[in-house]
Design a protein around this ligand. Structure first.
Ligand SMILES: Nc1ncnc2c1ncn2[C@@H]1O[C@H](COP(=O)(O)OP(=O)(O)OP(=O)(O)O)[C@@H](O)[C@H]1O
Ligand SMILES: [Mg+2]
Length: 258
């Protein structure tokens, strides 16, 4: 059965999509069967994995709103064991339409159930909000991976996110755990990055992942070629760091923690 990880932070631009794409690709390189679910109408995760924009193929919208089975919307990527359930612009309307549906918080969870046997990991990319789409991801997930950008206001909003997680546990998904907090866009030349790291360590101790993602231009360039960084520049610091993250998470699984 697949382990389902939601990559979530309601703060925008912290590296959720970059993390989803590159962690998924790194796990696939380690022979894991990986499914990425793009729940963001911006569809950056889809285009970053090579899905062509503006195609008429069905998307996650059709599965959520028209109950189209997930297998019918899955698309291949350049990596054999990595599939994606793509987003498109329609998803922004889904936020309103879903509010009318019964069990609206459980739609993604139900869609995933029939395919979980076919994958080792499901990674869910979330939009920068605490909308019903984000909630669907958190209800479906076993754990949440929280990317945090190394910047001055890094910890702002984190308390809200932890409140939300507590509420999701109470109302919908008691088993939801924290996979880890991931520092992104780390710049070892600045004191600020080190300060953010120290502060997170003192607040969250073991929840802060050992792997840190450096600021690396290759990570920012790769999506414009529709590729994960591993297929764009495998020797880059960015590629190296996401391979390390995959190893750390596989280790958690082996030890049965999180
Ligand atoms: N480690 C990194 N080094 C350099 N650039 C990065 C890194 N991580 C992300 N970026 C760039 O920063 C921007 C924001 O990253 P990303 O899209 O992954 O964040 P996000 O949290 O998904 O954003 P949103 O909230 O809009 O969905 C992108 O342009 C991305 O290419
Ligand atoms: Mg994103």
């Amino acid at each position: 059965m697949a382990k389902i990880i939601a990559v979530t932070n309601q703060k925008g631009g912290v590296g959720k999509t970059t993390t989803t794409i590159n962690l998924a690709a790194s796990l696939a390189m380690a022979d894991m069967r990986v499914l990425v679910i793009d729940t963001d109408a911006q569809a950056n995760c889809s285009s970053g994995l090579g899905v062509v924009k503006g195609s008429t193929k069905p998307s996650l919208y059709d599965s959520l709103i028209r109950s189209l089975p997930l297998v019918e919307i899955l698309q291949d990527t350049e990596l054999d064991t990595l599939k994606i359930a793509p987003a498109d612009r329609n998803l922004s309307g889904a936020v309103v339409e879903m509010l009318e549906l019964p069990d609206r918080e459980f739609l993604l969870k139900r869609l995933l159930e029939p395919v979980l046997g076919n994958f080792d990991f499901v990674l869910i990319d979330s939009p920068p909000s605490l909308s019903i789409l984000t909630l669907n991801g958190l209800v479906a997930a076993n754990s949440v991976l929280i990317p945090i950008q190394c910047e001055y206001f890094a910890l702002e909003g984190l308390a809200d996110l932890f409140d939300t997680l507590a509420r999701v546990r109470g109302a919908f998904n008691p088993g939801l755990s924290v996979q880890g907090i991931l520092l992104t866009m780390y710049d070892e030349r600045t004191n600020l990055s080190a300060q953010v790291r120290d502060e997170l360590k003192s607040h969250f101790a073991d929840k802060l992942l050992d792997t840190v993602i450096p600021r690396n231009v290759r990570l920012a360039e790769a999506p414009s070629f529709g590729k994960p960084v591993l297929l764009y520049d495998i020797r880059s610091k960015g590629a190296e760091s996401y391979l390390r993250l995959a190893k750390e998470i596989l280790n958690h699984e082996k030890k049965g923690i999180r």
